[in-house]
Design a protein around this ligand. Structure first.
Ligand code: HEC
Ligand code: HEC
Length: 151
């Protein structure tokens, strides 16, 4: 009986030992995609300023206009929409800000509402400011419809 237990213990110890060696071997084979990643501190990402002032050109006819001012301080949630404080009539007149077009009041059945419709409530879904950053990739975008008669 005693020898049997000893034999089992020995077998277990051997199996464990081989397991540990196996794990060590696998760990030695793992190569990081970034060499020495662990001992290099990442440099902080560059901070770009939002381009303010001039309105941006549209790249295609249906494009929601780009925002010519920063937007990060304006709260938009279920209770508050600070964009409307300047862009909804009559505040738009007081703030000399462009008034949101009537299309922002049409619901998905095509019915005109008196308040901005839910499908255009979250302004930043469509309207974004631009930073003075270089494009990350080259862009050869061409609008589908160009009025060639005017060129
Ligand atoms: C304090 C008032 C104010 C607030 C708040 C404000 N805007 Fe503006 N916005 C302006 C003014 C003024 C202009 C016009 C700038 C110009 O023409 O040079 C403008 C321009 C724009 C334009 C360009 C429209 C066009 O026809 O080119 C867009 C889009 C816009 N804002 C979206 C937003 C969004 C989205 C928010 C909320 C995140 C917001 N604005 C909050 C004052 C405001
Ligand atoms: C689903 C996309 C979408 C959302 C959401 C949206 N817009 Fe627009 N917006 C557009 C498009 C497209 C245009 C240009 C065509 C038009 O007038 O509807 C536009 C036009 C505008 C203009 C220019 C109007 C003019 O006559 O020059 C302003 C200002 C504007 N939006 C502000 C806002 C604000 C503020 C919000 C949030 C309350 C908002 N938009 C939400 C798509 C959107």
């Amino acid at each position: 009986m005693k020898t049997k237990i000893k034999a089992i213990a020995l077998a277990l110890a051997l199996a464990l030992g081989i397991g540990v060696i196996g794990v060590a071997a696998v760990a030695a084979d793992v190569k990081s995609l970034r060499p020495n990643a662990a001992d290099q501190a990442d440099s902080p990402p560059a901070i770009y300023k939002v381009m303010e002032g001039n309105r941006h050109e549209r790249a295609y006819r249906q494009q929601p206009p780009l925002v010519p001012h920063p937007t990060d301080k304006y709260e938009i949630d279920v209770k508050v929409n600070q964009c409307l404080r300047c862009h909804e009539w009559p505040y738009s007149d007081q703030e000399k800000a462009p008034k949101i077009s009537d299309l922002h009041y049409i619901d998905r059945q095509g019915v005109r509402q008196d308040t901005v419709n839910g499908n255009r409530y979250f302004c930043k879904q469509c309207h974004v400011p631009q930073a003075d950053a270089k494009p990350l990739v080259e862009n050869k975008f061409q609008p589908a419809t160009l009025n060639t008669n005017l060129r």
